[in-house]
Ligand binder design. Structure first.
Ligand SMILES: Cc1ncc(COP(=O)(O)O)c(C=O)c1O
Length: 491
């Protein structure tokens, strides 16, 4: 097409911007992104004080479907000045709540590329090399956790869906089509996404045995053996045990070797939810804590947690890769031919999704750019920081460490002298509020042993000693503010 016709065409079709318009838009977005990322350390750790009111106002204003286009700059201004700041700052160094995310810049570039080229990585035929690059990423993960070469897996949108697919694969392998009587075993510390997965996969709550955990919040493996044997004697079909490779509550890692032994004796599928902790396996200390992970039949990892990726990337690994195909492959006449060669993969044959973009690029690009050593060093630093947090908390008067770091979470509680035991939950909630109100860090709580505890979860690649120190100072100051009311309180 002659150049002037091309220009005409572009003007007529605004959904197809010219190269100049693309460059201008990219430049505007790039400037916003760089300013945003550069200023993360100065941004508040959370900013949702008026966010519900603003959301309500947005709802009441009944933003209408735009019939005509708008300029980009005012839209970016609204996003970056009004909408994005009214959030938990999950990408900032002060975010030590729940399980921190991160948001590697190279993954941002990868998303940009993947969306721009918009290739179809659901079937091998449509994007053979891209499928293989994604399969390579999965193989790297298998190597990190110690799975054999016949292991296979796929990237999901997150840990919840990876747990669901793991559970469905276990169900298919152990129960076939007969779900009735199937029983699942897990501990009282398991992430609720596993219980949700059981419900979605067709198991009533009574089919899930929630076993007690020990004083370190690890599954009591004797209870597992006793419960599965009793259920089998009662004519039920025990088929799956789900262990934790780092709980959300306290970072506890089950004795995975002991569960693997029990699963082998009892004929159970062994699934590990290592969404939070799995990537610590690449460090020496994490590898020791997670010993036995490679023996699991299936493992969930969340690259958007301990590999610091932006949200939207989880992973399921299955020791016997063919099990994934048996659970997911369905024939349809309109589909292109699927690969017979076991070396090549059609992701739609081993996972629930059909249409999918190049999710793997968000992992492949940062790993190629930085190498595993950069991730290993950063995860090692997180373990060091969590240990430093524990030591500093122990040095504070009246602090009880409820769960010391097995990986990078410490759970603790303030019990000042003079406070009645039934006041402590409320007092710790108030202390948490005092800490968070300074907005240098954002922490959250949970319940352990029936009591409210405050957690510090160090996981962001942007969190370093200076920010942890700031958080510990804010804890001391919060204790000072609240402590005055307790006679004999030492803070
Ligand atoms: C241990 C654990 N498992 C599973 C999940 C669920 O993962 P996602 O939020 O990616 O769906 C989480 C989320 O925090 C988690 O901490």
């Amino acid at each position: 097409m002659p150049e002037n016709d091309d220009a005409l065409q572009r003007a007529d079709w605004p959904l197809e911007p010219s190269s100049g318009a693309m460059r201008e838009a990219i430049d505007l977005v790039a400037r916003r992104i760089i300013d945003h990322v550069d200023s993360l350390p100065e941004q508040p750790a959370w900013g949702t004080e008026d966010a519900a009111d603003v959301s309500r106002a947005v709802k009441q204003a009944r933003e209408r479907v735009p019939q005509h286009g708008a300029e980009l700059e005012p839209l970016l201004e609204y996003l970056f000045s009004e909408a994005i700041p009214r959030t938990y700052n999950t990408a900032g160094p002060g975010y030590m709540a729940y399980i921190p995310g991160g948001g590697l810049f190279d993954s941002c570039l990868a998303s940009w590329i993947a969306d721009a080229v918009n290739r179809y990585v659901g079937v091998f035929d449509a994007a053979p090399v891209l499928s293989q690059l994604e399969a390579n990423v999965v193989a790297w993960f298998a190597e990190i956790i110690g799975h054999p070469s016949k292991s296979h897996g796929f990237l999901t949108s997150g840990g919840s869906l990876a747990n669901l697919s793991g559970l469905v694969t276990a169900r298919r392998e152990k129960l076939g089509n007969d779900l009735l009587g199937g029983v699942i075993y897990t501990s009282d510390q398991i992430h609720h996404s596993v219980l949700k997965a059981a419900a979605i996969a067709g198991f009533a709550p009574e089919a899930v045995r929630v076993l007690p955990s020990d004083s370190d919040f690890r599954m009591d493996v004797d209870s597992l053996r006793a419960a599965a044997e009793a259920d089998r004697t009662a004519g039920l079909s025990p088929f799956l045990v789900v262990g934790s490779g780092g709980t959300t509550n306290s970072g506890a890692v089950d004795d995975l070797d002991a569960i693997a032994d029990a699963a082998a004796d009892l004929g159970l599928w062994f699934h590990v939810d290592a969404a939070y902790g799995g990537f610590f396996a690449m460090t020496e200390r994490g590898g020791r804590t997670l010993a036995g992970l490679g023996r699991a039949d299936s493992v969930v990892l969340d690259p958007h947690k301990s590999l610091f990726l932006p949200y939207g990337v989880g992973c399921l690994l299955v020791r016997d890769g063919e099990a994934l195909r048996r659970a997911h492959a369905i024939h349809a006449d309109y589909m292109p031919p699927m690969q017979d060669d076991a070396d090549l993969v059609d992701f739609c044959e081993i996972s629930p999704e059909l249409s999918r973009g190049f999710r793997g690029l968000k992992v492949w690009l940062p790993l190629k750019r930085h190498g595993l050593s950069a991730f290993r060093d950063s995860l090692d630093e997180k373990i060091d920081l969590a240990e430093a947090a524990e030591a500093a908390l122990r040095a504070m008067p009246d602090v009880e460490i409820v769960a010391g770091p097995q990986l990078s979470i410490v759970a603790w509680r303030w019990c000042p002298k003079g406070a009645a035991p039934d006041q402590l939950d409320e007092l710790n909630r108030r202390l948490l509020g005092e800490v968070n109100t300074r907005q240098r860090v954002y922490l959250t709580g949970t319940r352990l042993n029936g009591e409210f505890v405050i957690r510090i979860c160090v996981l962001s690649f942007r969190t370093h000693a200076d920010r942890l120190e700031a958080g510990l100072d804010d804890i001391r100051r919060g204790m000072e503010t609240l402590g005055a009311q307790f006679e004999g309180a030492s803070a």
